[in-house]
Design a protein around this ligand. Sequence first.
Ligand code: ADP
Length: 547
Amino acid sequence: MPKGLMQDRPLLISSLIEHAACFHPHAEIVSRTTEGPIHRCTYADIHRRAKQLANALEVRGVGPGDRIATLAWNGYRHMELYYGVSGMGAVLHTINPRLFPEQIEYIVNHAEDQFLFFDLSFVPLVERLAKALPTVRGFVVMTDREHLPECSIPRLLCYEELLDAQTSDYLWPQFDETTASSLCYTSGTTGNPKGVLYSHRSSVLHSWAACATDGLAIGAGETALLVVPMFHVNAWGMPYAGAMCGARLVMPGPALDGKSVYQLMRDEKVTLALGVPTVWLMLLQYVDAERLTPKEDLCLRRVVIGGSSAPRAMSERFETTFGAFVVHAWGMTEMSPLGTVCNLLPKHGGYTLEQRLGIQEKQGRAVYGVEMKIVDDDGASLPHDGMASGHLLVRGPWITCGYYRDEGTSALDAAGFFDTGDVATIDADGYMQITDRSKDVIKSGGEWISSIALENAAIGHPAVAEAAVIGAPHPKWQERPLLIVVRKPGQALDRESMLQFLAGKVTHWWLPDDVAFVDELPHTATGKLHKLRLRELFRDYRLPHSR
Ligand code: ADP
């Protein structure tokens, strides 16, 4: 076949920051720092300092493919590492500090990281781990000399001193676009965490999908608040997509409580915010407690919610209280993470808010680049009728084909599809809706009950702060749903009124057999309900009529 006569330019991460520095040089990166104050810089500054960083790593012998780890919040220095490390051909390994220390030790050793860059907040953690990390040649604290901590960390280096010693004279090397660029381990709620290794090509293609109108629709006119951490699937690719389109980025640092997030939204005139439902719960509770008026105070137009299901009640609150549209999105670490985005179609134009919220509850339509199908237990494709639910399989250029150093084992089926571990429906318009993780689905008398649908319905009750549903053993039906509820502070709510509220909102045979009230629910390192832990906690629980 004849080749096209087009230039063969590799899709490299360095080209994103070069573009931003050239065409959006003054667009700001605003960071709340670990040291305290708000810091402002531009894409041009990030580009310059990323090159200084690349020089600093090069003189210390870091070469192509070497892994450089970070334990850091969202901020400008972390962004410099994104570009400096990947840009020079090394691999940026972002570590989730919310993992157990033993898991962090495991993944640093598994990845054989050579340098570990960390924020001041993690000094005690690094002090505790340093001795157990033999591959790490230097521990770089991401601050200046003035803020250097008194600590026992060996081979300690200061970030600003590393940079100060270098010029920004550096030419980004050109190499094959399929070269590894960054590494992120899944949270490993069962077994050891597994490494997902992204490439330059996958990261750049993913950024295009994020910027696209039917993706996250970001552009130079946007001020985006990245509440989603840069250690969680590269903050959903936003540090790359932001540079691609010149969006102004706001980074909250360690302060993710309702008050701090609200202040940043207000002071920095944020138009788009991205995060998981648990942080939005904190924000909504703060707004309620302080009786704030977000519609008047803020410029927020859209909120992207992913990582867990965005309950209908949450989308409604953002719409009515904030005047902001919730964009529900779905993906996973193995997918860079973007899979589907819930944007509306022209036919939804005349919909009432009620009808529209029914659409927004779904996780959305596949962005170009992601192929998606649902299959039964035997692998046979199921219809896209919004009714049939099955295992969700995906294929595409920013989806993993195997885990890091898991040699020889492919994560794919014969046709090249990756099993997401999610169970979903797809309707005739292509809207996908997650009904469960396959491990969490409640199997009752041969039928499946969606724990997510029940949780979303329960959270609609004004006295409910958070809700989880697990399957409890039942002698006749095998499993029946048990609803576990955290009440809002000072609210009275009992089993009967909770069940009454749910009746009519879900099919009658889905109604939970019992309701348990707890003070808090366990969460994973990425802010999801920790169902495995919940099932352990309620192992000896007996449902009322099975006693
Ligand atoms: P972890 O490191 O916790 O595994 P991931 O982000 O990779 O983090 O988790 C991916 C999983 O999160 C998906 O397979 C799915 O089960 C869940 N998920 C992500 N987005 C949504 C969503 N919008 N609705 C429901 N579940 C979601």
